[in-house]
Design a protein around this ligand. Structure first.
Ligand code: HAM
Length: 421
């Protein structure tokens, strides 16, 4: 137990953390271009927030939350997603009093007691975006466009955008009735969860992954056919905006999403080669959530992207950066006497802003060269007996193989000149 982490968790090791930094840098670049600002909320919240926000009949709340009672006897939950927490923070910190919409993004770990498999973990990481305080379809199009630009910037291809409208509290009761009518004579064939969903929230049956339920929901009525005028024109407006922006999409009338807060727009971006875990991005509008959490009725829309799945897709398409830990100089002392001079030089290089390292384990010169190549290092600064006597350093350019003897006192200036080349 002491040498194995909990099931569904993974360490991000030094040989891959550079990939994460690369993706995170892309996130920050894109969000800055779209004028979204970062928000960091706590990793745990009061359980009540997720019960109210996500919905008591969702899989996340019924089966997947990490909930515990703290020493003060409060029920606490590790966040399974971050939209509800962002809404809580928006209200608590009165972010609504500034210019609207409030455009936010976040990157961080989420926790769900899911069945672990490739692309599905119990601790996973999301990059999410939320825009609160704007109701028209233009902000929906902006949010979707941000996700597409992010994937494009990483170079990913073969992604498909699916959109749907899940209506609003006005049109949903009509749909609920027609869904119940559809499932009435199939109740006995549904799984036990869906049998109880039939009364409590029949829309959730469409999201059930059990074979029987998937089969019996074939041919179920679509919400898009029951939309009220406002939801209908919002959905048409979104399609026009996406078309105008040159964003390809497919309408998927079966897309319901696994959280209860959605209204109107729902969307997913899928990368099919990931198989069962093909959703790399999921999002939608949640016009009732802010009021549900105790605020004034305020519209909102957002998405979250699973970073592990993005990394899997990047790996499959061979788009991960090849050089992660490059340094400018590796200082290679040969013999114990050269250690002090080498350390002095290393310190000078670092003070001058040059990325440098040195040998700390008395390797042979051959082993040091091999080690330097692993980073890779652009130059090796070799300090042997001759160099020590002359106060010089033998600089080896690792790309070209050329060598040059440089006075130690001039090394920083010489390197700065070389690195500009
Ligand atoms: P979600 O669809 O539950 O939506 O999750 C969004 C994305 O997180 C998924 O498409 C997937 O890429 C990733 N993901 C979810 N569960 C796992 C898991 N167990 N392991 C690995 N990756 C996973 C939400 O969370 C909403 N808060 C999105 C949103 C923001 N809607 C509006 N604003």
């Amino acid at each position: 137990m002491l040498t194995t982490g909990p099931r569904g968790t993974r360490d991000i090791l030094p040989d891959t953390s550079g990939y994460w930094q690369y993706v995170e840098k892309t996130i920050r670049d894109v969000c800055q271009k779209f004028a979204y600002q970062e928000i960091r909320t706590p990793i745990f919240e009061h359980t009540e927030l997720f019960l109210r926000g996500i919905g008591e009949t969702t899989d996340i709340v019924e089966k997947e939350m990490y909930t515990f009672t703290d020493r003060g006897k409060r029920s606490i939950t590790l966040r399974p997603e971050n939209t509800a927490a962002v809404v809580r923070s928006y209200l608590e910190n009165k972010l609504y009093s500034g210019p609207q919409p409030t455009k936010l993004y976040y990157v961080g770990p989420m926790f769900r007691y899911d069945r672990p498999q490739a692309g599905r973990y119990r601790q996973f990481h999301q990059f999410g975006v939320e825009a609160l305080g704007a109701s028209g379809p233009a902000i929906d199009a902006e949010i979707i466009s941000l996700a597409i630009v992010f994937f494009n910037q990483l170079g990913l291809s073969d992604l498909n955008l699916f959109i749907n409208s899940v209506g609003c509290p006005q049109c949903r009761p009509v749909y609920r009735d027609s869904l119940q009518a559809f499932f009435r004579d199939k109740i006995a064939d549904l799984c036990s969860d869906c049998q109880s969903r039939y009364e409590r929230n029949p829309l959730r049956i469409l999201d059930c992954k059990q074979d029987g339920c998937t089969k019996h929901s074939q041919g179920a009525p679509h919400l898009a056919d029951c939309l009220c005028d406002e939801c209908g024109s919002h959905f048409t407006g979104l399609q026009q905006l996406l078309t105008a922006a040159g964003i390809n999409f497919t309408i998927n009338l079966r897309l319901v999403r696994g959280l209860d807060y959605y209204t109107k727009t729902a969307f997913e971006i899928q990368y099919a080669p990931l198989g069962a875990q093909s959703a790399v991005c999921g999002g939608g509008r949640y016009d009732g959530l802010i009021a549900e959490c105790g605020g004034q009725p305020t519209p909102g829309i957002g998405f979250a992207i699973g970073i592990e799945r993005v990394l899997l897709a990047l790996e499959q398409q061979q788009l991960l950066p090849t050089v992660l830990n490059a340094i400018d100089v590796f200082v290679a002392p040969v013999g114990a006497e050269a250690q002090t001079t080498a350390f002095q030089l290393l310190t000078e290089l670092r003070r001058a802003g040059i990325a440098a390292d040195m040998d700390f384990t008395n390797r042979s010169l051959k082993a040091q060269m091999k080690y330097a190549n692993k980073y890779p290092a652009r130059f090796v600064a070799l300090i042997g007996q001759d160099e020590l006597v002359q106060s010089k350093v033998m600089m080896k350019n690792m790309e070209t193989g050329s060598q040059q003897l440089i006075a130690a006192a001039e090394l920083v200036d010489w390197l700065i000149g070389e690195m500009k080349k």
